[in-house]
Design a protein around this ligand. Structure first.
Ligand SMILES: *Cc1c(COP(=O)(O)O)cnc(C)c1O
Length: 400
């Protein structure tokens, strides 16, 4: 009965998200991996402990750097992103800062794209320069501006695609081609797309970081972060960044919640994407809507690139109303089902105003320069029935 084609086929994303790296037989048949709530691990003998510290014997030592519940999640995420190794952290900011603080030294240079999550932008422009790291800004949608900022000293380039909050889509392979000419590491924040829709390592990126708080968890009940990359880099981030720079370890309980969330990641992303497409098409036709950013719309400027690079367009939409900030705020207040909250990727549809909320840290001048309009609203389409989300938006638009 064996089918050779089927036997040799790699397992699909959902199958790996549900099964990879865990055998119930190793845990008395428990279908779900146990949560190892322990801070430390007993050594069988004094010698065994010493050997583990020297890296000569495998095993767990202390919970800041590794825990068995984390290991399952890390192996699963590495597989989903197509990387060698993964590492969990206490938040998305911890994933990003653990990578940077482990790999950069004073005098190094980094080039970032100009549209980033607000606190990531603050980290690069306000925190890193205090430690002698030179941070240059470019517009990665126009890759020549990146090349103009690269030098022998460039250690890393950093960007998001689609970018928070205006959904700009960046050509990963093109950025990689330019950055690798000076041997700079390409670090991509894959929070918006998730590996269900986009795998930047397949385009040559070196390291992926995630706010697992968002789609990977998917239920708005945890903070977490994950990074995936080559074994040597992840080991360095674990042994320095996690162990003695940031110490930003993820709780085993949050690993359990993330393992649960991952099981439905692919089907959730399909539903988020389908409902967001319907909402984007509705908004695009509405007379009170001045502009809309959604990679799935045919007249979105990087639609063709998004179609090539992603297998779905995701659940986030940016849009502006005629009438600017005042009308945007009024619309938010008229919504009854769609919830006013930052964060994204949850079952609940959420709306926020980047200029006064997630991207307030940019300052008005920087926002204007970086294409984050003062009236821009960011919608994170949830998993409610599509018609109910559309109906709520329609009644709120009628009211303003
Ligand atoms: C939320 C977010 C972060 C920060 O993650 P936390 O888990 O909140 O620390 C980083 N990047 C993007 C794109 C985000 O949306």
């Amino acid at each position: 009965m064996t089918n050779p084609v089927r036997r040799n086929r790699p397992q699909g994303l959902s199958t790996r998200a549900i099964h990879l790296g865990y055998d119930p037989a190793s845990e008395q048949g428990a279908l779900t991996p146990p949560i190892y709530m322990t801070s430390t691990f007993a050594f069988e003998t004094a010698e065994a402990g010493s050997e583990m510290f020297k890296g000569e014997r495998p095993g767990y030592i202390y919970g800041r750097t590794r825990n068995p519940t984390q290991t399952i999640l890390e192996e699963r995420m590495a597989s989903l992103e197509g990387g060698e190794a993964g590492m969990t952290t206490a938040s998305g900011m911890a994933a990003m800062s653990s990578v940077m603080m482990s790999l950069l030294s004073a005098g190094d240079e980094v080039v970032i794209d100009h549209t980033l999550y607000g606190n990531t932008f603050a980290y690069f422009t306000q925190a890193l320069p205090r430690f002698g790291i030179v941070v240059r800004i470019a517009d990665f949608m126009n890759p020549e501006t990146l090349t103009a900022q690269l030098s022998e000293k460039t250690r890393a380039v950093y960007f998001e695609t689609p970018a928070n909050p205006n959904l700009r889509v960046i050509d990963i392979a093109e950025i990689v081609r330019r950055a690798h000419k000076v041997n700079a590491l390409v670090v991509v924040d894959n929070t918006f797309a998730t590996p269900a829709l986009q795998r930047p390592l397949e385009y040559g990126a070196d390291v992926i970081v995630h706010s697992a708080t968002k789609y990977l968890g998917g239920h708005g009940d945890l903070l977490g972060g994950i990074l995936v990359g080559p074994k040597d880099i992840v080991t360095k981030v674990r042994q320095t960044g996690l162990r003695w720079i940031t110490g930003a370890t993820l709780s085993p309980f949050n690993c359990f919640l993330l393992l649960r969330g991952l099981k439905t990641l692919e089907i959730r992303m399909e539903r988020h994407s389908a409902s967001a497409q319907a909402m984007a098409e509705f908004l695009a036709k509405h007379p009170k809507v001045e502009s809309i950013s959604y990679p799935g719309l045919p007249d979105f400027p990087q639609h063709a690139l998004a179609k090539k690079q992603m297998s779905g367009f995701g659940g986030l939409i940016g849009f502006e109303l005629e009438g600017g900030v005042a009308r945007s705020m009024a619309l938010m207040n008229e919504l009854k089902l769609i919830t006013r909250a930052v964060s994204l990727g949850d079952a609940e549809t959420l709306i926020q105003h980047p200029a006064s909320m997630t991207h307030a840290i940019y300052g008005a001048e920087e926002r204007a320069k970086h294409g984050i309009g003062d009236g821009l609203l960011r919608l994170s389409i949830g998993l409610e029935n599509t018609d109910d989300i559309l109906y709520d938006m329609e009644q709120a638009l009628n009211a303003v």
